[in-house]
Design a protein around this ligand. Structure first.
Ligand SMILES: Cc1cn([C@H]2C[C@H](O)[C@@H](COP(=O)(O)OP(=O)(O)O[C@H]3O[C@@H](C)C(=O)[C@@H](O)[C@H]3O)O2)c(=O)[nH]c1=O
Length: 184
């Protein structure tokens, strides 16, 4: 059985630690079970799987999609190690603007469930193949983000001077985001 852990103080986030079976051949694990989440009352319809590779020292994020294309995500690595980061952008959330980070690695193969309403990103601590399920299709026009290194977020990414896309250098601060949208 996998171990499920709700993240205290940030409602809606769940970390999942699958049971890993090692033997002479290698290892086996269940990398997805719908009932992990439905047992917690979380219903998602996963419609898209994504995979990316990133070199050590990369940061991707912090991303979300606006409604009606908002996405919940179920993220993990298949190789390497990342620091996965989410920021609560839910309009009426008492924890709006708060972040949570957790290490995802290919020893524990832990997964992280990120509901709609959060910005998501990760810093690559060891070259990583990152895979994730999404509950809505990619929609370029609905892409949004906030600036990964906005001092107001206070995120310790564990990398300095990262490899980062031009797009990700230009997202607004959380203050600008809040003024422009009020939240997700
Ligand atoms: C995310 C995505 C990108 N693309 C294309 C657009 C672009 O040409 C190329 C690379 O896109 P990006 O630079 O946005 O990729 P990336 O920075 O890896 O974007 C991802 O970052 C992480 C942190 C997330 O949370 C994801 O939801 C997603 O936003 O792939 C798709 O075709 N489908 C998709 O679902």
């Amino acid at each position: 059985m996998a171990e499920l852990r709700k993240i205290p103080n940030l409602d809606g986030l769940v970390e999942i630690f699958p049971r890993i079976f090692h033997d002479d051949r290698g290892y086996f694990l269940e990398s997805f079970r719908e009932d992990w989440l439905t047992n917690l009352g979380i219903e998602e319809r996963w419609v898209q799987d994504n995979q990316s590779f990133s070199q050590k020292g990369t940061v991707r994020g912090l991303h979300f999609q606006h409604e009606p294309h908002a996405q919940a995500k179920l993220v993990r690595v298949v190789s390497g190690k990342v620091l996965d980061v989410v920021v609560d952008l839910r309009k009426d959330s008492p924890t709006f603007g708060k972040y949570f980070s957790t290490v995802l690695d290919s020893e524990r193969f832990n997964l992280f469930y990120v509901p709609k309403g959060f910005a998501h990103g990760f810093a690559v601590l060891e070259d990583a193949v990152f895979v994730y399920k999404c509950s809505n299709y990619y929609n370029r026009e609905s892409e949004g983000g906030i600036l990964w290194n906005d001092p107001a977020l206070g995120i310790d990414w564990g990398v300095s001077d990262p490899i980062i896309s031009e797009k990700d250098k230009l997202w607004p601060s959380i203050q600008e985001f809040k003024e422009q949208t009020g939240g997700l």
